[in-house]
Every structure is written in C-alpha cells, then in structure tokens.
Write a protein that binds this ligand. Structure first.
Ligand code: DQA
Length: 144
C-alpha cells in the first residue's frame, strides 16, 4: 500500500519542543522508525513535513494525482484553524487518520476544535508517537 505521513508546523521540533506534551523522541528518530516500519511491513510510506499551510494543501492535492491510498496527518496547530486543509482532505477523499501526539482534549479549549476531524476516518490523540503507528496499522488493516 502507498501511504503518506504529513506533519504540520513545529512537528520538526519534536525532541526540543515542550517534552512534557510531546515527549523526548526527536523528529528524525520518529521519521526513521516510520521508514523502518515501511520496510518491515512491505509498504511504501512517504513522509512530508512543512510549517506552511499552502504547502500542506499542495501535498494533499499531489497525493491524489500520485496514487496515495491512505494519509496519516498531524496538522499541528493548523488542526484548530485550517478550513483549507479540511477542504483539501475532503476534495481528494483519500482515507485519512488524524493523529495528535498529546491529548488535545485535555489541554486548552482551543485545542478541542478540529477542522479536519470529521473528514478523517479516525482521530488518535494522546498516544504519543505510537499514535502514528496505530494510524498506519489502521489504514493497512482497512486495505485487507
Ligand atoms: C499537536 C497538538 C496541537 O494542538 C499542537 O498545535 C501541535 C501538536 C499534537 O501532536 O499533539 O503542534 O497536533
């Protein structure tokens, strides 16, 4: 299966930013573990990170034209603000799982709002970086 992992703003700062919310694993380590998991499971897993909303929209659109079959997205703070990301996901209709490392529902009220939640098949929140692997497994399962 061909999957795309998308990380939004500040997720490249994992390991540096607020370890009490996001843990101590670096972004590089997470990306490497995801690449290893692709090899282990015999799937193609592409990864993309950007701090720019329009670039994330472009990547979602490009996924449609390049045969991506499932998306795992952690939109970072754009989760709570971006109708553009939501519209991009609902345009391409690629099965998508929303992931948050921290438990967004137990933090500030503004983090409880997600513009992408209802265009995703599932939201995984508060499971740390393990959430990315749960999301990948869910998409792989759905394809069986
Ligand atoms: C986050 C939660 C968001 O509220 C925050 O803006 C992030 C990371 C998470 O993974 O827990 O950047 O998406």
């Amino acid at each position: 299966m061909k999957l795309l992992i998308i990380n939004g703003p500040n997720l490249n700062m994992l390991g540096i930013r607020e370890p009490s919310h996001y843990g101590t694993e670096t972004f590089e380590s997470l990306c490497n573990r995801i690449s290893d998991y692709a090899v282990q499971t015999g799937n193609e897993i592409l990864q993309y990170q950007s701090n720019h909303e329009g670039d994330l929209v472009d990547k979602i659109q490009q996924a449609y034209f390049t045969g991506v079959e499932g998306i795992v997205i952690n939109p970072g703070a754009y989760t709570h603000t971006s109708i553009a990301l939501r519209d991009a996901l609902s345009s391409v209709k690629i099965p998508t799982v929303e992931v948050h490392i921290s438990d967004v529902n137990s933090r500030e009220d503004f983090r409880k709002i997600s513009y992408v939640r209802d265009v995703c098949i599932k939201t995984i929140s508060g499971h740390g970086t393990a959430g990315y692997f749960e999301a990948i497994d869910l998409l792989l399962e759905g394809n069986k």
